[in-house]
Write a protein that binds this ligand. Structure first.
Ligand code: UD1
Length: 421
């Protein structure tokens, strides 16, 4: 298993190109199952998760042409040979579950393994399944599999989510494109990735309006065509590098970063003493001398502060002046990075949904263990800010969501080395 060796090396200076958004790319890829014509996605992030989904799609019969290190992926689901996504595949990556809706909508049936829990919590899929039932699907759960059928096709429905779940909103939107009649999704998730997915679906001939707001309307169509689409830039990757600059200081332009989608983070960074400037080419992040100030944060659905930046923000607060309270409202078990950050000298007390971080003057390098994707990168940020050497073990978590991290940070002066075993 690879590890990263990080040596604190002072401020970061330069440019970091932001890749396509993993969380968007995975749903855009699933959309190819809705049509028998080619779908081409550019600015595709080369990540363990996106490569993994392309393998699953191939096993369903999708022709995938995506050379290594190429950022354009060609998908053609002209003929599907299977509508089954087995446990081994869904277990490895939860987003695989998102093939269920498109398969059900196009083929009238699908059998997909339940994803199960993961390191950050139970993560149920009941809202996804309730949405399909509202659209007229018969859902049976048997031996860990969801067996879904809509022999005469899905029907448009009005669905009000009790919580604005990103996954359930995306999944229902995908399926509703081929349903008979109109579907209205209320209390829908407003994350920018929803608007990205709607853009692709509309290019494919769907009639989706309101994506990115809490009410989304989808008029079903009989057939969808192929399309070409550029994946939106990754706001979480951009936010992560912004936190890295905040932690060690410097001046970095995050090229193509979607500044608007990062407003909540920029407000919090400003309060802490990190400057962010929206420029035509991306988001510039600057921090000068002096310690950061402690700021309290609550994770919320978009446009609030994202749960996917909570771990990174905790690393930032570890050396801020004062006491910061970080409340995680989306997932029940997303503080696994706290004890690892403590190994570097951070003072963090976790009480249920809250972590209380008392800033220390300096962190000190130590060996640490990555537990999930965003937790791993918070350890990289803390390692950059620490004195001496930090070894982050189990970086395969990180490879699921960060493209060429060592290279991108290295180009700005950081010392991050990969060690393969
Ligand atoms: C969540 C984040 C998303 C992030 C992703 C990966 C939010 C609102 N969502 O999306 O920004 O990119 O994780 O880290 O911040 N839930 C149910 N039943 C369901 C679906 C969800 O109870 O069927 C609950 C979940 O347990 C969780 C909450 O709703 O507590 C948020 O879930 P959801 O938005 O669906 O999660 P993801 O789509 O994974």
């Amino acid at each position: 298993m690879d590890s990263l060796i990080i040596t604190g090396n002072g401020p970061l200076k330069g440019e970091i190109p932001i890749s396509g958004a993993k969380n968007s790319a995975l749903k855009l890829m699933a959309a190819c199952l809705l049509t028998d014509q080619p779908v081409t996605l550019s600015r595709m992030p080369n990540l363990a998760d996106t490569r993994f989904l392309s393998e699953l799609l191939s096993s369903l019969g999708v022709e995938v042409y995506w050379p290594r290190n190429d950022s354009t992926c060609h998908l053609n689901a002209a003929e599907l040979k299977s509508t089954i996504a087995p446990y081994e595949q869904v277990r490895k990556m939860r987003a695989s579950f998102n093939v269920l809706g498109p398969l059900l909508a196009r083929m009238g049936h699908a059998t997909v393994s339940l994803p199960g829990g993961c390191a950050i919590g139970a993560r149920p899929v009941d809202l996804h399944l309730k949405a399909f039932e509202a659209m007229g699907a018969d859902i049976l759960i048997e031996q860990g599999y969801v067996k879904a059928a809509a022999i005469h096709g899905l029907k448009g429905a009005e669905i009000e989510f009790p919580f604005p779940s990103v996954g359930a909103t995306e999944h229902a939107m995908l399926a509703a494109t081929l349903a008979k009649g109109t579907t209205v999704l209320k209390n829908a998730a407003c994350e920018p990735e929803l608007a990205d997915l709607a853009d692709l679906l509309n290019m494919m001939g769907s009639k989706v309006s309101g994506a990115g707001t809490s009410t989304i309307t989808i008029e079903g169509v009989e057939k969808l065509n192929g399309a070409t689409h550029t994946v939106m830039a990754d706001r979480i990757e951009a936010g992560t590098y912004a936190m890295a600059v905040g932690a060690v200081g410097g001046d970095v332009l995050l090229k193509d970063a979607p500044s608007e989608a990062l407003q909540a983070m920029c407000d919090v960074l400003a309060a802490a003493g990190v400057e962010t400037i929206a420029e035509p080419e991306g988001l510039r992040v600057k921090r000068g001398e002096g310690r950061l100030k402690a700021v309290n944060v609550d994770t919320q659905p978009h446009p609030g502060f994202p749960t996917d930046l909570q771990a990174q923000f905790m690393a930032l607060m570890a050396t801020a002046e004062g006491v910061s309270t970080i409340r995680e409202n989306i997932f029940e078990n997303r503080f696994m990075h706290a004890p690892e950050l403590s190994r570097l000298g951070a003072d963090i007390i976790v009480r249920g949904k809250e972590a209380v971080v008392t800033g220390v003057a300096k962190l000190k390098g130590a060996p640490v263990m990555a537990t999930d994707l965003r937790a791993s990168v918070s350890l990289v940020i803390a390692g950059l800010a620490a004195e001496g050497e930090t070894v982050v073990n189990r970086v395969y978590h990180l490879d699921r969501g960060f493209e060429r991290l060592e290279e991108k940070l290295g180009a700005c002066g950081a010392r991050v080395q990969r060690q393969s075993e």
